[in-house]
Design a protein. Structure first.
Length: 382
Protein backbone atom coordinates (compact mmCIF):
# COMPACT_ATOMS: atom_id res chain seq x y z
CA UNK A 1 0.00 0.00 0.00
CA UNK A 2 2.87 2.38 0.78
CA UNK A 3 4.22 1.89 -2.75
CA UNK A 4 0.83 2.73 -4.18
CA UNK A 5 0.58 5.85 -2.06
CA UNK A 6 4.01 6.83 -3.35
CA UNK A 7 2.69 6.50 -6.93
CA UNK A 8 -0.20 8.81 -6.14
CA UNK A 9 2.02 11.29 -4.27
CA UNK A 10 4.30 11.42 -7.27
CA UNK A 11 1.25 12.08 -9.44
CA UNK A 12 0.26 15.04 -7.30
CA UNK A 13 3.76 16.48 -7.45
CA UNK A 14 3.99 16.28 -11.21
CA UNK A 15 0.76 17.88 -12.34
CA UNK A 16 2.10 21.20 -13.61
CA UNK A 17 4.42 20.40 -16.51
CA UNK A 18 3.57 19.07 -19.95
CA UNK A 19 5.48 18.29 -23.10
CA UNK A 20 8.32 20.71 -23.61
CA UNK A 21 10.56 18.82 -26.01
CA UNK A 22 10.47 20.01 -29.63
CA UNK A 23 8.30 17.88 -31.87
CA UNK A 24 9.32 16.43 -35.18
CA UNK A 25 8.94 18.76 -38.15
CA UNK A 26 6.53 17.49 -40.79
CA UNK A 27 6.67 17.95 -44.52
CA UNK A 28 3.60 19.49 -46.07
CA UNK A 29 4.49 18.67 -49.66
CA UNK A 30 3.94 21.30 -52.29
CA UNK A 31 1.41 23.28 -50.29
CA UNK A 32 1.73 25.30 -47.14
CA UNK A 33 1.15 23.75 -43.73
CA UNK A 34 -2.35 24.05 -42.39
CA UNK A 35 -2.66 26.56 -39.53
CA UNK A 36 -4.21 24.98 -36.43
CA UNK A 37 -4.97 26.17 -32.91
CA UNK A 38 -1.76 26.51 -30.91
CA UNK A 39 0.45 25.46 -33.81
CA UNK A 40 3.76 27.12 -34.66
CA UNK A 41 4.35 27.02 -38.42
CA UNK A 42 5.37 23.57 -39.70
CA UNK A 43 7.54 22.52 -36.80
CA UNK A 44 5.13 20.48 -34.69
CA UNK A 45 1.97 18.45 -34.46
CA UNK A 46 -1.16 20.48 -33.66
CA UNK A 47 -1.30 21.47 -30.01
CA UNK A 48 -3.72 22.97 -27.54
CA UNK A 49 -2.85 26.27 -25.96
CA UNK A 50 -1.55 25.98 -22.41
CA UNK A 51 -4.38 25.96 -19.89
CA UNK A 52 -4.60 29.04 -17.67
CA UNK A 53 -7.01 28.05 -14.98
CA UNK A 54 -9.35 26.24 -17.35
CA UNK A 55 -10.06 22.55 -17.71
CA UNK A 56 -7.21 20.30 -18.67
CA UNK A 57 -6.66 19.42 -22.33
CA UNK A 58 -3.92 17.14 -23.70
CA UNK A 59 -0.96 19.06 -25.08
CA UNK A 60 -0.82 17.44 -28.52
CA UNK A 61 -4.05 17.12 -30.44
CA UNK A 62 -3.01 13.87 -32.15
CA UNK A 63 -2.83 10.92 -29.78
CA UNK A 64 -2.49 7.16 -30.00
CA UNK A 65 -5.43 4.92 -29.11
CA UNK A 66 -4.58 1.66 -27.38
CA UNK A 67 -6.99 -0.89 -28.90
CA UNK A 68 -4.61 -2.25 -31.54
CA UNK A 69 -1.70 -2.44 -29.10
CA UNK A 70 -4.04 -4.51 -26.89
CA UNK A 71 -4.52 -7.06 -29.69
CA UNK A 72 -7.78 -5.70 -31.00
CA UNK A 73 -8.72 -7.16 -34.40
CA UNK A 74 -5.46 -9.17 -34.67
CA UNK A 75 -2.55 -10.14 -32.40
CA UNK A 76 0.61 -8.07 -32.30
CA UNK A 77 3.88 -9.09 -30.73
CA UNK A 78 5.48 -7.25 -27.84
CA UNK A 79 8.33 -6.23 -30.16
CA UNK A 80 5.97 -4.84 -32.79
CA UNK A 81 4.01 -2.91 -30.16
CA UNK A 82 7.23 -1.44 -28.76
CA UNK A 83 8.25 -0.34 -32.26
CA UNK A 84 4.84 1.28 -32.78
CA UNK A 85 5.00 3.18 -29.50
CA UNK A 86 8.59 4.26 -30.16
CA UNK A 87 7.61 5.50 -33.62
CA UNK A 88 4.75 7.51 -32.14
CA UNK A 89 6.99 9.15 -29.57
CA UNK A 90 9.72 9.86 -32.11
CA UNK A 91 7.14 11.49 -34.39
CA UNK A 92 6.00 13.87 -31.66
CA UNK A 93 2.86 12.13 -30.36
CA UNK A 94 2.53 13.02 -26.69
CA UNK A 95 -0.95 11.79 -25.83
CA UNK A 96 -1.41 8.08 -25.14
CA UNK A 97 -4.76 6.48 -24.29
CA UNK A 98 -5.19 2.95 -22.96
CA UNK A 99 -7.47 0.86 -20.74
CA UNK A 100 -7.46 -2.26 -18.55
CA UNK A 101 -10.06 -3.60 -20.98
CA UNK A 102 -7.75 -3.49 -24.01
CA UNK A 103 -6.31 -6.99 -24.20
CA UNK A 104 -7.24 -7.49 -20.52
CA UNK A 105 -4.26 -5.52 -19.26
CA UNK A 106 -2.03 -6.15 -22.27
CA UNK A 107 -2.29 -2.63 -23.72
CA UNK A 108 -1.46 -1.02 -20.39
CA UNK A 109 1.60 -3.23 -19.88
CA UNK A 110 2.89 -2.50 -23.38
CA UNK A 111 2.27 1.23 -23.05
CA UNK A 112 4.04 1.35 -19.72
CA UNK A 113 7.00 -0.64 -20.99
CA UNK A 114 7.72 2.20 -23.39
CA UNK A 115 6.45 5.26 -21.53
CA UNK A 116 8.30 4.59 -18.28
CA UNK A 117 11.52 5.45 -20.13
CA UNK A 118 10.30 9.02 -20.73
CA UNK A 119 9.75 11.81 -18.15
CA UNK A 120 6.09 11.90 -17.16
CA UNK A 121 6.01 15.68 -17.68
CA UNK A 122 6.57 15.18 -21.42
CA UNK A 123 3.36 13.28 -22.21
CA UNK A 124 -0.32 12.90 -21.36
CA UNK A 125 -1.57 9.46 -20.32
CA UNK A 126 -5.19 8.43 -19.94
CA UNK A 127 -6.68 5.13 -18.88
CA UNK A 128 -10.08 3.93 -17.77
CA UNK A 129 -12.03 2.52 -14.85
CA UNK A 130 -15.13 0.35 -14.57
CA UNK A 131 -13.69 -3.15 -14.99
CA UNK A 132 -11.50 -4.95 -12.47
CA UNK A 133 -9.20 -7.74 -13.63
CA UNK A 134 -8.49 -11.00 -11.80
CA UNK A 135 -5.82 -13.47 -12.85
CA UNK A 136 -7.10 -16.89 -13.90
CA UNK A 137 -5.65 -20.20 -15.00
CA UNK A 138 -9.02 -21.32 -16.34
CA UNK A 139 -10.93 -20.66 -19.54
CA UNK A 140 -11.01 -17.01 -20.57
CA UNK A 141 -14.22 -15.08 -21.07
CA UNK A 142 -15.32 -14.55 -24.66
CA UNK A 143 -14.07 -11.12 -25.77
CA UNK A 144 -12.99 -9.30 -28.92
CA UNK A 145 -9.31 -9.56 -27.96
CA UNK A 146 -6.91 -11.84 -29.80
CA UNK A 147 -4.55 -13.71 -27.46
CA UNK A 148 -5.37 -11.53 -24.43
CA UNK A 149 -3.72 -11.71 -21.03
CA UNK A 150 -5.03 -14.47 -18.71
CA UNK A 151 -7.49 -12.38 -16.71
CA UNK A 152 -11.18 -12.39 -15.98
CA UNK A 153 -13.01 -9.09 -15.62
CA UNK A 154 -15.98 -7.82 -13.65
CA UNK A 155 -17.69 -4.44 -13.58
CA UNK A 156 -17.33 -2.14 -10.60
CA UNK A 157 -18.18 1.58 -10.74
CA UNK A 158 -18.01 2.13 -6.97
CA UNK A 159 -15.56 4.49 -5.27
CA UNK A 160 -13.56 1.56 -3.91
CA UNK A 161 -13.58 -0.07 -7.35
CA UNK A 162 -12.24 3.10 -8.96
CA UNK A 163 -9.43 3.39 -6.44
CA UNK A 164 -8.45 -0.23 -6.90
CA UNK A 165 -8.63 0.08 -10.68
CA UNK A 166 -6.34 3.10 -10.70
CA UNK A 167 -3.84 1.42 -8.39
CA UNK A 168 -3.87 -1.71 -10.55
CA UNK A 169 -3.38 0.38 -13.70
CA UNK A 170 -0.42 2.23 -12.20
CA UNK A 171 1.17 -1.08 -11.27
CA UNK A 172 0.59 -2.56 -14.74
CA UNK A 173 1.89 0.58 -16.42
CA UNK A 174 4.82 1.04 -14.07
CA UNK A 175 4.59 4.83 -14.31
CA UNK A 176 4.30 7.56 -11.70
CA UNK A 177 1.08 9.28 -12.70
CA UNK A 178 -2.15 9.24 -14.64
CA UNK A 179 -3.36 12.47 -16.19
CA UNK A 180 -6.91 11.59 -17.26
CA UNK A 181 -9.26 8.84 -16.09
CA UNK A 182 -12.33 7.87 -18.12
CA UNK A 183 -15.31 5.92 -16.76
CA UNK A 184 -15.46 3.22 -19.41
CA UNK A 185 -18.27 1.57 -21.40
CA UNK A 186 -21.08 2.63 -19.10
CA UNK A 187 -23.29 2.99 -22.14
CA UNK A 188 -26.54 1.70 -23.72
CA UNK A 189 -24.65 -0.24 -26.40
CA UNK A 190 -22.91 -2.28 -23.67
CA UNK A 191 -25.96 -3.33 -21.67
CA UNK A 192 -25.66 -7.04 -22.49
CA UNK A 193 -22.17 -7.20 -21.03
CA UNK A 194 -23.07 -4.88 -18.14
CA UNK A 195 -25.73 -7.41 -17.18
CA UNK A 196 -28.37 -4.79 -16.44
CA UNK A 197 -29.78 -1.52 -17.85
CA UNK A 198 -26.99 1.03 -18.14
CA UNK A 199 -28.93 3.49 -15.96
CA UNK A 200 -28.52 1.14 -12.98
CA UNK A 201 -24.76 1.09 -13.43
CA UNK A 202 -24.82 4.86 -13.94
CA UNK A 203 -26.50 5.26 -10.55
CA UNK A 204 -23.64 3.28 -9.01
CA UNK A 205 -21.11 5.54 -10.72
CA UNK A 206 -23.00 8.69 -9.66
CA UNK A 207 -22.49 7.86 -5.98
CA UNK A 208 -19.14 6.09 -6.40
CA UNK A 209 -16.87 6.67 -9.38
CA UNK A 210 -17.82 10.27 -10.15
CA UNK A 211 -17.36 11.79 -6.68
CA UNK A 212 -14.21 9.70 -6.16
CA UNK A 213 -12.65 11.00 -9.37
CA UNK A 214 -13.73 14.56 -8.59
CA UNK A 215 -11.95 14.29 -5.24
CA UNK A 216 -8.81 12.90 -6.91
CA UNK A 217 -8.83 15.85 -9.31
CA UNK A 218 -9.27 18.35 -6.48
CA UNK A 219 -6.37 16.73 -4.60
CA UNK A 220 -4.16 16.91 -7.69
CA UNK A 221 -3.83 13.14 -8.11
CA UNK A 222 -5.26 13.36 -11.63
CA UNK A 223 -5.73 16.35 -13.93
CA UNK A 224 -9.14 15.47 -15.37
CA UNK A 225 -11.84 12.83 -15.60
CA UNK A 226 -14.81 12.01 -17.79
CA UNK A 227 -16.53 9.20 -19.65
CA UNK A 228 -15.19 6.97 -22.42
CA UNK A 229 -18.28 5.73 -24.24
CA UNK A 230 -19.61 4.84 -27.69
CA UNK A 231 -22.99 6.54 -27.26
CA UNK A 232 -23.84 10.12 -26.21
CA UNK A 233 -26.43 9.45 -23.50
CA UNK A 234 -24.01 8.84 -20.59
CA UNK A 235 -21.96 11.93 -21.44
CA UNK A 236 -25.04 14.15 -21.61
CA UNK A 237 -26.31 12.79 -18.32
CA UNK A 238 -22.93 13.16 -16.63
CA UNK A 239 -22.75 16.90 -17.25
CA UNK A 240 -26.15 17.24 -15.57
CA UNK A 241 -25.20 15.29 -12.46
CA UNK A 242 -21.46 15.89 -11.97
CA UNK A 243 -18.51 18.01 -13.09
CA UNK A 244 -16.54 16.05 -15.73
CA UNK A 245 -13.74 17.71 -17.70
CA UNK A 246 -13.31 15.66 -20.85
CA UNK A 247 -15.10 12.94 -22.80
CA UNK A 248 -13.66 10.23 -24.99
CA UNK A 249 -16.43 9.79 -27.55
CA UNK A 250 -15.73 6.85 -29.86
CA UNK A 251 -17.85 5.90 -32.87
CA UNK A 252 -19.68 9.25 -32.79
CA UNK A 253 -17.82 11.81 -34.90
CA UNK A 254 -16.24 11.02 -38.23
CA UNK A 255 -16.08 12.27 -41.79
CA UNK A 256 -18.85 9.82 -42.76
CA UNK A 257 -21.12 10.07 -39.71
CA UNK A 258 -21.19 13.19 -37.53
CA UNK A 259 -24.49 15.07 -37.49
CA UNK A 260 -25.88 13.86 -34.13
CA UNK A 261 -22.65 14.66 -32.32
CA UNK A 262 -22.25 17.98 -34.14
CA UNK A 263 -25.76 19.25 -33.44
CA UNK A 264 -26.61 17.68 -30.06
CA UNK A 265 -23.69 16.20 -28.10
CA UNK A 266 -20.90 18.68 -28.86
CA UNK A 267 -22.90 21.84 -28.03
CA UNK A 268 -23.99 20.43 -24.67
CA UNK A 269 -20.44 19.47 -23.75
CA UNK A 270 -19.13 22.85 -24.89
CA UNK A 271 -21.69 24.68 -22.73
CA UNK A 272 -20.41 22.71 -19.75
CA UNK A 273 -16.88 23.86 -20.58
CA UNK A 274 -15.59 20.34 -21.17
CA UNK A 275 -13.84 18.98 -24.25
CA UNK A 276 -14.00 15.91 -26.47
CA UNK A 277 -11.39 13.36 -27.45
CA UNK A 278 -12.54 11.78 -30.71
CA UNK A 279 -12.02 8.03 -30.60
CA UNK A 280 -12.07 5.92 -33.77
CA UNK A 281 -11.77 8.96 -36.11
CA UNK A 282 -10.89 6.53 -38.93
CA UNK A 283 -13.80 4.24 -38.02
CA UNK A 284 -11.32 1.51 -36.97
CA UNK A 285 -9.61 1.63 -40.34
CA UNK A 286 -12.56 2.13 -42.69
CA UNK A 287 -11.37 5.63 -43.59
CA UNK A 288 -7.85 4.32 -44.13
CA UNK A 289 -8.93 1.83 -46.79
CA UNK A 290 -9.87 -1.23 -44.73
CA UNK A 291 -13.20 -2.96 -45.21
CA UNK A 292 -13.76 -3.00 -41.45
CA UNK A 293 -16.13 -0.55 -39.82
CA UNK A 294 -15.73 0.14 -36.11
CA UNK A 295 -15.48 -2.66 -33.59
CA UNK A 296 -18.01 -5.27 -34.67
CA UNK A 297 -16.54 -5.23 -38.18
CA UNK A 298 -19.90 -4.97 -39.95
CA UNK A 299 -19.94 -2.33 -42.67
CA UNK A 300 -23.31 -0.48 -42.79
CA UNK A 301 -25.15 -0.72 -46.10
CA UNK A 302 -24.90 3.04 -46.70
CA UNK A 303 -21.19 3.32 -45.96
CA UNK A 304 -19.47 1.99 -49.14
CA UNK A 305 -21.30 4.40 -51.45
CA UNK A 306 -20.60 7.38 -49.20
CA UNK A 307 -16.96 6.46 -48.73
CA UNK A 308 -16.53 6.09 -52.49
CA UNK A 309 -18.06 9.53 -53.07
CA UNK A 310 -15.77 11.13 -50.47
CA UNK A 311 -12.80 9.24 -51.90
CA UNK A 312 -13.54 10.57 -55.38
CA UNK A 313 -13.46 14.16 -54.15
CA UNK A 314 -10.25 13.54 -52.20
CA UNK A 315 -8.66 12.02 -55.30
CA UNK A 316 -9.72 15.01 -57.37
CA UNK A 317 -7.87 17.31 -54.98
CA UNK A 318 -4.88 15.03 -54.45
CA UNK A 319 -5.56 14.45 -50.75
CA UNK A 320 -5.43 11.10 -48.99
CA UNK A 321 -8.73 9.99 -47.45
CA UNK A 322 -7.01 9.34 -44.11
CA UNK A 323 -5.76 12.95 -44.09
CA UNK A 324 -9.20 14.41 -44.76
CA UNK A 325 -10.76 12.18 -42.10
CA UNK A 326 -8.28 13.04 -39.34
CA UNK A 327 -8.29 16.77 -40.01
CA UNK A 328 -12.08 16.84 -40.21
CA UNK A 329 -12.38 15.10 -36.82
CA UNK A 330 -9.88 17.55 -35.30
CA UNK A 331 -11.63 20.71 -36.52
CA UNK A 332 -14.43 21.43 -33.97
CA UNK A 333 -13.48 23.86 -31.21
CA UNK A 334 -14.77 21.46 -28.53
CA UNK A 335 -12.38 18.74 -29.70
CA UNK A 336 -9.13 18.60 -27.73
CA UNK A 337 -7.61 15.53 -29.44
CA UNK A 338 -8.15 12.74 -31.94
CA UNK A 339 -6.72 9.32 -31.13
CA UNK A 340 -6.54 6.90 -34.06
CA UNK A 341 -5.12 3.51 -33.18
CA UNK A 342 -2.13 1.93 -34.86
CA UNK A 343 -0.62 -1.54 -34.95
CA UNK A 344 2.56 -0.70 -36.86
CA UNK A 345 5.08 2.15 -37.02
CA UNK A 346 4.01 2.81 -40.60
CA UNK A 347 0.42 3.45 -39.52
CA UNK A 348 1.57 5.87 -36.83
CA UNK A 349 3.78 7.73 -39.30
CA UNK A 350 0.93 7.99 -41.80
CA UNK A 351 -1.36 9.46 -39.14
CA UNK A 352 1.28 11.99 -38.09
CA UNK A 353 2.00 13.00 -41.68
CA UNK A 354 -1.72 13.58 -42.29
CA UNK A 355 -1.82 16.33 -39.68
CA UNK A 356 0.63 18.56 -41.56
CA UNK A 357 -0.94 18.47 -45.02
CA UNK A 358 -2.62 21.63 -46.28
CA UNK A 359 -6.04 20.47 -47.46
CA UNK A 360 -7.50 22.77 -50.14
CA UNK A 361 -10.58 24.69 -49.06
CA UNK A 362 -12.20 23.56 -52.30
CA UNK A 363 -12.19 19.96 -51.07
CA UNK A 364 -14.36 20.84 -48.09
CA UNK A 365 -16.59 23.01 -50.30
CA UNK A 366 -17.12 20.10 -52.68
CA UNK A 367 -17.99 17.76 -49.80
CA UNK A 368 -20.55 20.28 -48.57
CA UNK A 369 -21.98 20.87 -52.03
CA UNK A 370 -22.55 17.15 -52.53
CA UNK A 371 -24.13 16.75 -49.09
CA UNK A 372 -21.32 14.49 -47.85
CA UNK A 373 -20.64 16.60 -44.76
CA UNK A 374 -23.05 18.77 -42.81
CA UNK A 375 -23.39 22.31 -44.08
CA UNK A 376 -22.33 23.70 -40.70
CA UNK A 377 -19.59 21.16 -39.94
CA UNK A 378 -16.33 22.89 -38.89
CA UNK A 379 -13.39 22.28 -41.24
CA UNK A 380 -9.71 23.14 -40.94
CA UNK A 381 -9.10 26.80 -41.70
CA UNK A 382 -12.79 27.45 -42.01
Amino acid sequence: MNARRHFLSAAAAGTAALASAPLMAQSAGPGSVLPTRGRAAAQALPTNAASKGGRFRPHTRLGLGGVAVGNGFAPATDAQSEQTLAAAYAAGVRYFDTSPWYGLGLSERRYGHHLHTHPAREYTLSTKVGRLLTATAGQLQDTMWKAPSPFHYRYDYSADGVRRSIEDSLNRLGVAQLDVVFIHDLSPDNEKDLGMPWEQRFAEAATGAMPALTKMREEGLIKAWGFGVNRPEPALRAIQEADPDIFLLACQYSLLDHEEALHDTFPAIARHGASVVVGAPLLAGYLAGRDRYLYDGKVPEWAPKKRAAVQAICDRHGVDLRTAALQFADAPEVVSAVIPGARTPEQVQANVASMSVAVPAALWADLRQDGLIAADAPVPGG
